[in-house]
Design a protein around this ligand. Structure first.
Ligand code: PMV
Length: 326
């Protein structure tokens, strides 16, 4: 009862920010992302009759405590559905700088959902996998698919209609995404806590929600038409709006550092000299810069010259989940 799956991370162009149900990971709004080729998690799950608890290995190291508990609770969903109460050895290897706003939880839970359901003998389609992965980490439901992906928030209270679908596959539009590493440290306010605090206390949160539909419509249209300028303008505005909601939270918080701002300003300077590039930022200090293939070297050079930039990872749209053989 063993299976291995691989899932790639994704970067949101329209952010998932805020839950309407924390238990079921039901979001307040739809979100749109690009799955990235460069960062992924490979996870093997092996259910065994003789185990008395789950064992979780991350990058070769045994993990206990809360992290393991999170994995075990997620596996419980699968065990209960399959009606098989075996514990498992979970061996996960990340090709992602963990927890620095590089969304390893997305690839992690997508790979875990795929490997664990296969290992236990559940035959889920992509919709079922997306719905399940969502309950490990919201953004994971988008990593089931490659390319451009939308997570439909759904309307129902039980979450059955809250899952992702593909807008365009990874060969549909080859844009460049530069992952700009300015800090490798773990983030201070985890996305779960950040969302909760923002939804509960930020007076700007209602503005975020009200302006979302326009962003979604414009983004879908930009993707369909391959209109890079329209896509870029919306995604940058959307990221800034998300971060503005955190400044209005009580107590307020900010994911950016000086380096984050330096990168943002350099991107704007690049645009002033005619290089079309746009930035987005998740729940951490690192920045993702999106540009067209023809400009990726120019953008890379423009950012490399900043002292605060530690590393640049050049990414492109990547595939959805896949299964590996032992
Ligand atoms: O699913 P989580 O808990 O990793 O939250 C993701 C939140 C953002 O990265 C900020 C936005 C997004 O849509 O990925």
């Amino acid at each position: 009862m063993k299976a291995i799956a691989k899932a790639h991370t994704n970067i949101a162009l329209i952010k998932y920010w805020g839950k309407r149900n924390e238990q079921l990971f039901l979001p307040m709004n739809n979100s749109i992302s690009i799955t990235l080729d460069r960062f992924y998690t490979t996870t093997s799950v092996s259910f065994q009759e003789d185990l008395s608890s789950d064992r979780f290995l991350l990058d070769g190291e045994e993990v206990g405590g809360k992290e393991r508990q999170k994995i075990s609770s997620f596996l419980d969903l699968i065990r209960n559905t399959a009606n098989k109460q075996y514990f498992a050895v979970i061996d996960s290897v990340n090709q992602v700088p963990t927890a620095a706003g590089f969304a390893s939880s997305a690839s992690g839970f997508a790979a875990l959902a795929a490997a664990a359901t296969k290992a236990i003998g559940l035959d889920l389609d992509d919709t079922g996998l997306s719905r399940l992965a969502r309950q490990g980490s919201g953004s994971a439901c988008r990593s089931i698919y490659g390319g451009f992906v939308e997570w439909n928030k759904g309307e129902r209270a039980d979450g059955v209609d809250s899952f992702a679908t593909q807008i365009l596959d990874e060969n549909g539009w080859n844009v460049s995404v530069l992952s700009i590493m300015v800090e490798a440290k773990q983030k201070k306010v985890l996305s779960r806590e950040g969302m909760r605090r923002t939804v509960e206390t930020s007076p700007f949160y209602s503005g975020w929600l009200e302006s979302l539909e326009t962003d979604l419509v414009g983004t879908r249209e930009a993707i369909q038409r391959r209109d890079f300028e329209q896509l870029g303008m919306i995604l940058e505005h959307n990221a800034l709006k998300m971060h503005a909601t955190t400044l209005g939270a009580n107590p307020p918080f900010l994911y950016w550092t000086n380096a984050t701002v330096e990168v943002m300003q350099r991107v704007q300077e690049l645009r002033e000299v005619g290089v079309e590039a746009y930035f987005t930022i998740d729940a951490g200090p690192n920045v993702k810069v999106i540009c067209q293939l023809k400009d990726e070297q120019k953008v890379k050079e423009g950012l490399q010259s900043l002292n605060c930039v530690q590393d640049i990872f050049l990414c492109h749209p990547g595939p959805g989940i896949s299964y590996l053989t032992t």
